[in-house]
Design a binder for this molecule. Structure first.
Ligand SMILES: [Zn+2]
Length: 400
């Protein structure tokens, strides 16, 4: 499907006010716009749908009270085996989602404590934006054929960007939680599963191991900040923890290379773990703090498959800036060194991308018209002058 319109799509992200309409109280409009505009991340190309989507997120989520409040989704945002339910006529018919008119969507989470599908507004918005990010990396949407697995590597590029977002949000625990929501949901979604199509099993596996490590480092931080509890201010802990337990199940064979045991920080405690066992550690945190794992249809099975008895790090041993017992930063650095430039190489363009991992080399809107034309079915740039002008103005390309 070719990109039909460059106008803001119906996603929440596009509700951000356009640059010109933002309030200007004093001084020149330009000065104010510069002051209000969130920083543009250096990982993006100068013309990039990814950058626009990211900027839209930052602008839409600029009010922290709103961004970190919790909202409901009436249906799980995942394929969760419910295909079976649809055939099961005896079950009570499910209420259709009507975008919040009568369904639970966007209702205040506090009014429905037992509904498992709660997300922070930031996490939900970020999750939907990741689908836009994936769409921008799907040559089918542009009526192009580039190379095998472009889409699958595109999903990987999106996931790598979420690693960087998590790292960048280091000062803001709530934003780190929002990144975790988006990352976990994306990986569990149909779109996220397309990443398993890449032809590099090691890169796939190392990426999932880093996901597990990222999430454990999040849990360890929440524990240190007394946010890990049954009645935590992070209302959806039980759901998000359960989603991360689903992740290794994507690969039916499990992890091929069993990673070596390594120290779970700090060394003086003498504890060890294997990064591939991350679901067991998630389960251990849930048990330690009496957090009910809810959401995925197969959660009981996931729990029974996990190692039941693992030794969690001691939070008191892990204080200060380098407190992460699971060593996410160090692992991210090693991963970046190992896999830098892969996306740029795959995109077949000489001047692609800016960062070691992540970025937007596979985002087709960052390609030049000539580069797109060379791979287009119809032999012309699938983006018209209108779409390119809209991209320059910061619009998010709508694909549907
Ligand atoms: Zn709904």
């Amino acid at each position: 499907m070719p990109p039909k319109r460059a106008a803001p799509s119906s996603s929440a992200a596009s509700k951000a006010p356009a640059k010109k309409s933002r309030p200007s109280t004093k001084g020149t409009g330009a000065e104010n716009a510069a002051a209000l505009e969130p920083a543009r991340d250096p990982r993006w190309a100068s013309l990039s749908g990814s950058a626009n989507a990211d900027m839209n997120y930052k602008i839409t989520m600029s009010n922290p009270v709103e961004a970190y409040s919790f909202t409901l989704l009436c249906q799980p945002p995942l394929p969760n085996g419910d295909e079976d339910d649809e055939e099961d006529e005896d079950e009570e018919p499910k209420q259709r989602c009507d975008g919040g008119k009568t369904c639970l969507c966007s209702k205040p989470a506090a009014d429905h404590p037992d509904h498992p599908w709660k997300l922070s507004v930031a996490g939900k918005t970020k999750y939907f934006i990741q689908h836009t990010q994936c769409d921008l990396r799907d040559p089918d949407n542009f009526e192009m054929y580039t190379f095998n697995d472009h889409m699958a590597y595109g999903v990987l590029e999106v996931i790598q960007n979420l690693f960087l977002d998590y790292q960048n949000a280091g000062d803001n625990v709530k934003e780190q939680c929002a990144v975790c929501e988006a990352l976990g949901l994306l990986l569990a979604s149909r779109r996220g599963m397309e990443m398993s199509m890449i032809d590099d099993g090691e890169l796939f596996e190392q990426t999932l191991l880093l996901v597990g490590r990222l999430f454990l480092s999040m849990l360890a931080r929440l524990e240190r900040e007394n946010l890990l509890s049954k009645d935590s201010k992070i209302f959806n802990l039980g759901t998000i923890m359960a989603i991360y337990m689903m992740i290794p199940a994507q690969n039916e064979d499990g992890f091929q290379a069993t990673p070596r045991k390594e120290s779970i920080g700090p060394k003086k405690d003498g504890k060890n773990w294997r990064p591939s066992e991350f679901p067991s550690y998630i389960l251990a945190y849930a048990r330690k703090y009496d957090i009910k794992l809810v959401g995925p249809h197969n959660i009981e099975e996931l729990v029974s498959e996990a190692e039941q008895d693992v030794d969690l790090p001691v939070p008191e041993s892990n204080t200060g800036a380098k407190a992460d017992p699971f060593g996410f930063e160090k692992a991210l650095k090693a991963y970046s060194t190992r896999y830098k430039g892969v996306m740029q190489f795959l995109s077949k363009r000489k001047k692609a991308g800016k960062t070691a991992i992540g970025g937007d080399a596979l985002d087709i809107t960052t390609w030049t018209p000539a580069e797109r034309k060379a791979f287009a079915f119809k032999g012309k740039d699938p983006l018209g002058a209108k779409e390119i002008a809209a991209l320059k103005q910061g619009s998010v390309l709508g694909m549907r």
